[in-house]
Design a protein around this ligand. Sequence first.
Ligand code: AMP
Length: 269
Amino acid sequence: MIVARTIADARAAIAERRADGAAPVGLVPTMGALHAGHRSLLTAARAECQIVVMSLFVNPSQFGDQADLAAYPRDEAADLAAAEAAGVDVVFAPDPAEMYPPGFQTWVEVERIGATHEGAHRPGHVRGVATIVLKLLHITAPDVAYFGQKDAQQVELVRAMLRDLDLPIRLRVLPTVRDADGLALASRNARLSPSERAQALALPRALATGDSDQARAILLEAGLAPDYVEVLDFDPPVLAAAVRVGKTRLIDNVVLDRSIAPATEADPR
Ligand code: AMP
């Protein structure tokens, strides 16, 4: 496994492995503090691509809140070991100055998606995500890019950007991985105290109702005031919510597929 710190080194490492031109390259963008959610993306990429590239970059431009950026969990040694174990070929782990050199001034705006929900509650966040994802796609030039359904709005904006900017890259979206108690895995979960974690369990419980009114009632009853809890008309539609538990902001969603009747024992799927 190669660890590239510069854009030039990442391009060279990928080009060398891609020399025959035919081998599909898969990119898994991450901000590190890897957990089983990230691992499911890496496993899919390893199974489906000849060359697996993982980016490891805590992107400052998507954090409005500098305290949140400073507190974001980082453990590069553990992440590199996890990447190696998952069979990653190239890790791209640049410094912020490599990605945002002096004079940087070009940003990607995804207008409608960027103005709602995460975009409305975290000014600059969606623009930061769109810009770093486009940069990572240009640098690594993958055939397939892997994202988690956990960040449903991120998936929707990447889908729009690939289409609007004519990027010949296939989007692969993998289901949300949850802990046994239902909480969606997230790097920020490490910051929850035991009592906050117990309170946070209202989030998956609320979303499991599949109904925004019921979900809101469950969140409020648990003492969690949601930034939003709403059905979003994405592809696929989701019931999504964002809540703050103590100092930690959590997002989660469930896919609503009303066209498929629930499976029964007589009709297993
Ligand atoms: P992050 O490191 O939080 O930026 O996440 C990197 C990628 O992993 C994104 O595509 C996320 O949607 C995905 N991801 C994060 N948590 C989960 C999870 N619990 N299940 C599936 N994918 C996830």
